[in-house]
Design a protein around this ligand. Structure first.
Ligand code: SAM
Ligand code: SF4
Length: 328
């Protein structure tokens, strides 16, 4: 059985973007009330007294948009400085990154994933649901600054949506050629209230790879990370191309992670809600961390049976919780 030692921690469910495939504008989202969010102290208690003792050593901070979390730099510092932390990374939309990259790096963050679905500011704004001043430039600056500061690996997450940005596959892949940027294509999932998926469908990693292979050729490669990406490289490129194929391939057998939501629910599978633990309520009710460790150990033991195969998407085929709510 795969060792489960990687925890994705959602710091906040809110976001400053409204990506069409995640939190489309107009979607009714039940935001977590401020008092229901895990506090910094609660989160650190859970990490130190529950997760690390049962074997978690690798952490990713995500959301919603993690850079919106108050004191995020202090949190990074506190988690990075734990002796047992072997790896700490973050997934961000990059909008606030330009001014925060150096502080995050100084606090101990070394790996970062930045979402970038388009190189065309108009299409980008369309995807992120922006009607005001374009935000593409800010994100681009955030990426450049993260690179300049020394984040390594620096990964760019791309979701390709048919009819929206599928003509940009080669341009986005080309970002991996000159700089040591690792572009990761994530298959579009029917998660969130996304009509978009129903209307447009999705493009498999195999099809994307084929397009890229026809243009440049591809060789198998590797990059440091905890994920299920299949990694390739354009011959001679500085960076790599990763393909995350959760729609076309089942990689439950390789799954090494659990997710902690911003309000303290621990879930063993992205799409299967059958077993979850409400750690925050337990902690606030005075349940000992020793008892919580036992509960988490139980979840770890039954995790192999809780997987995508048992997922519940109801009759619509669209999952009701969004990535921003689960902690993508
Ligand atoms: N706000 C941050 C960001 O966008 O990078 C972190 C959270 S976001 C939920 C994490 C990742 O989930 C992003 O790379 C985003 O593209 C991806 N994501 C969200 N909804 C998705 C969907 N329906 N299908 C595939 N990926 C999705
Ligand atoms: Fe926000 Fe990230 Fe979801 Fe886009 S994908 S709406 S940036 S949480």
């Amino acid at each position: 059985m795969n060792q489960v030692d990687y925890l994705r921690i959602s710091l906040i469910d809110r976001c400053n973007f409204r990506c069409q495939y995640c939190m489309p504008e107009g979607a009714e989202l039940d935001y977590i009330l401020k008092q229901q969010l895990l506090t910094d102290t609660e989160l650190l208690t859970l990490i130190q007294e529950v997760f690390i003792p049962v074997g978690f050593t690798r952490f990713r901070l995500t959301g919603g948009e993690p850079l919106l979390r108050p004191h995020v730099v202090d949190l990074v510092k506190a988690i990075a400085s734990l002796r047992e932390t072997q790896d700490l990374s973050m997934t961000t939309n990059g909008f606030l990154l330009a001014s925060m990259a150096q502080n995050l790096y100084d606090a101990g963050l070394r790996r970062i994933n930045i979402s970038l679905d388009s190189l065309d500011p108009d299409i980008f704004d369309q995807i992120i649901g922006n009607r005001g001043r374009s935000r593409w430039q800010d994100v681009w600056k955030g990426i450049q600054q993260a690179y300049h500061v020394g984040f390594n690996p620096l990964k760019l997450n791309v979701v390709i949506i048919p009819g929206v940005n599928d003509h940009e596959v080669l341009d986005l892949a080309a970002l991996s050629i000159d700089k040591q940027w690792h572009v990761r294509f994530i298959e579009f999932m029917p998660i969130g209230n996304s009509q978009l998926f129903g209307d447009r469908g999705w493009i498999s990693s195999a099809e994307l790879r084929q397009q890229i292979r026809e243009r440049w050729g591809l060789t198998e490669s590797q990059v440091c990370g905890n994920g299920p990406a299949d990694v390739f490289q354009i011959p001679g490129a500085s960076g790599t191309l990763g393909f995350i194929s959760q729609m076309s391939e089942c990689f439950c057998d390789r799954c090494n992670r659990m997710r902690l939501s911003a309000d303290g629910w621990l879930r063993p599978c992205l799409l299967n809600e059958s077993e979850q633990i409400d750690l925050k309520t337990a902690l606030r009710a005075g349940v000992s961390t020793a008892k919580l460790r036992e509960q988490v150990k139980h979840l770890l033991a039954i995790k192999p049976e809780i997987n995508f195969k048992g997922r519940d998407s109801g009759t619509t085929g669209i999952y009701s919780r969004t990535m921003s709510q689960i902690g993508g």
